[in-house]
Design a protein around this ligand. Structure first.
Ligand SMILES: CC(=O)N[C@H]1[C@@H](OP(=O)(O)OP(=O)(O)OC[C@H]2O[C@@H](n3ccc(=O)[nH]c3=O)[C@H](O)[C@@H]2O)O[C@H](CO)[C@@H](O)[C@@H]1O
Length: 363
């Protein structure tokens, strides 16, 4: 299969795209892939690191208010469409898939205008602007939440789940723990604020870092690249804590997720698909700064089923965070129940289902 994949901005759109590419490569020996993204998004680093051919277009997002920037955005969109058409004509894909983020707008639109079969993958319960716009032009819309179906033309919608759910399975958790420097004989909690990090979560943990140092379990504190230096400086000022491992970003997340006992995270949809596939208990602090507060809806899908503890950002304090971690990590029965509840919500075969959707379109 020859496939063009586009999606970006943040990890939540990129990792599902990479997981799908790996699934296609697993299913078919003759696979050619081109990834179209933006140089400014996280994809330019993550996709190149994965060794996948990458080409860039320039893009920006619409402002919700009336502004001259929107004129520039339209001009960039049109330029992006014409550049995408050039890439598509050169590469001659059998199918083009967009996994969200502004960048896939011109790419998928251009493909549909050239008569190439097209799919978009929506990870969230409430779709973003780009996918809503593209749904008019594409052949199929792959979704992960039933609530998302209502936003798209019903004849195009297919429930696939998120391919990243499949990718995190069967990983070596011991290697994951070893690689980041966690002990094997202690429980551990991973603290991460989505692919770009989250200052409120970082600050909450920093405010109780002395108490955290006395816990019988370990912390893997992933700050997000842009917050790293500040956090490290503050940790040094507070006195280094032996049981806190701090990292800017993890490139081996599937292995680490397989090794830790609990995760404190934002409620990005891709993260949630990973932790439910693995049956990992979580404490979720949804970002309130996203379209239609969709992360809270994502999070409630887990907390309503006892798979997660929900903590709204407005209620987040360091003390509350440590209390919630204690309640789970120091209670074997609670851990076991949450694991089972989380696992029940997982869709581990998502990658294959999405691959088959693409395959059928290319027939
Ligand atoms: C602020 C914003 O708009 N966030 C959106 C974005 O979040 P964001 O990009 O944070 O998305 P998710 O939390 O869903 O996914 C993050 C991805 O990055 C990976 N990861 C993260 C940190 C790290 O150090 N290493 C690593 O590999 C995670 O394992 C996961 O695969 O996309 C999601 C999926 O469309 C949406 O639900 C979120 O609302």
């Amino acid at each position: 299969m020859k496939v063009i994949v586009s999606g970006g901005g943040t990890g939540g759109h990129i990792y599902p795209a990479l997981a799908l590419i790996r699934e296609i490569q697993k299913q078919e020996t003759n696979t050619e892939v081109l990834y179209i993204g933006s140089e400014k998004g996280l994809e330019s680093d993550i996709v190149k690191r994965a060794g996948i051919p990458f080409r860039a277009i320039e893009i920006s997002g619409f402002k919700r208010k009336l502004s001259f920037d929107n004129v520039k955005t339209v001009a960039r969109f049109l330029k992006g469409v014409s550049k995408s058409k050039k890439y598509i004509k050169e590469f001659k894909p059998d199918v083009v898939i967009g996994t969200g983020g502004y960048v896939c707008g011109p790419v998928v639109y251009a493909a549909s205008k050239l008569g190439v079969p097209t799919v978009i993958h929506e990870q969230n319960s409430v779709p973003g602007l780009t996918n809503k716009f593209l749904s008019k032009y594409v052949d199929k819309v792959a979704v992960c939440f039933e609530q998302a179906e209502a936003f798209f033309p019903s004849e195009k919608v297919v429930m696939t789940g998120n391919p990243r759910a499949s990718e995190v399975l069967n990983q070596d958790g011991v290697k994951g723990k070893n690689d980041v420097g966690l002990s094997l004989n202690k429980k551990s909690v991973l603290i991460v604020g989505g692919s770009r990090g989250a200052r409120p979560i970082n600050d909450a943990l920093l405010s109780v870092i002395k108490e955290a140092g006395q816990k019988p379990y370990e912390f893997l504190y992933v700050t997000g690249d842009v917050h790293y230096e500040r956090v490290v400086k503050q940790l040094e000022e507070a006195g280094a804590q032996g049981n806190v491992v701090v990292k800017p970003f993890l490139h081996n997340m599937p292995e680490v997720l397989s090794g830790v006992d609990l995760i404190v995270a934002r409620a990005g949809a891709t993260t949630l698909s990973e932790i439910t596939a693995l049956g990992l208990p979580s404490i979720l602090v949804p970002s309130p700064y996203v379209t239609n507060n969709h992360q809270e809806k994502n999070a409630r899908a887990l907390s309503d089923n006892d798979a997660a503890t929900l903590c709204l950002e407005a209620d987040l304090t360091g003390e509350r965070l440590l209390e919630s971690i204690d309640e789970i990590l120091l209670n074997e029965q609670k851990l076991k129940d949450m694991r089972a509840a989380s696992k029940k919500l997982g869709m581990p075969n998502a990658a294959t289902v999405l691959y088959e959707l693409l395959k059928n379109l290319t027939k």
